[in-house]
Write a protein that binds this ligand. Sequence first.
Ligand SMILES: [Zn+2]
Length: 97
Amino acid sequence: MSKRPNYESDEKTFSAEAYKVEKYVGVAWYVLGWETEPDEDTEWTGIENRTGRVVMIMVGDDRRFVFELDEVTALAREEYCSECGQIGCTHDGLDRS
Ligand SMILES: [Zn+2]
């Protein structure tokens, strides 16, 4: 069964605008938040538990991927393109000088 992972946002931990992931060279990602999963109490409490993994989407896409926290590194804004999501592309019109 594959389901869309749920997440809990955490803007303090994930304060950068975008991130990179080791095994996806050249692609910028947005962090949605911590992955959460229901346990046996969720039906009653509505509360899901954090798994310690991170839910992310590629810039320009909305498919959710899950990564370990240590696979994820913050990017500076000028390192990636906010239009196509490529690291090193400068066609989004940002002033990088
Ligand atoms: Zn671009």
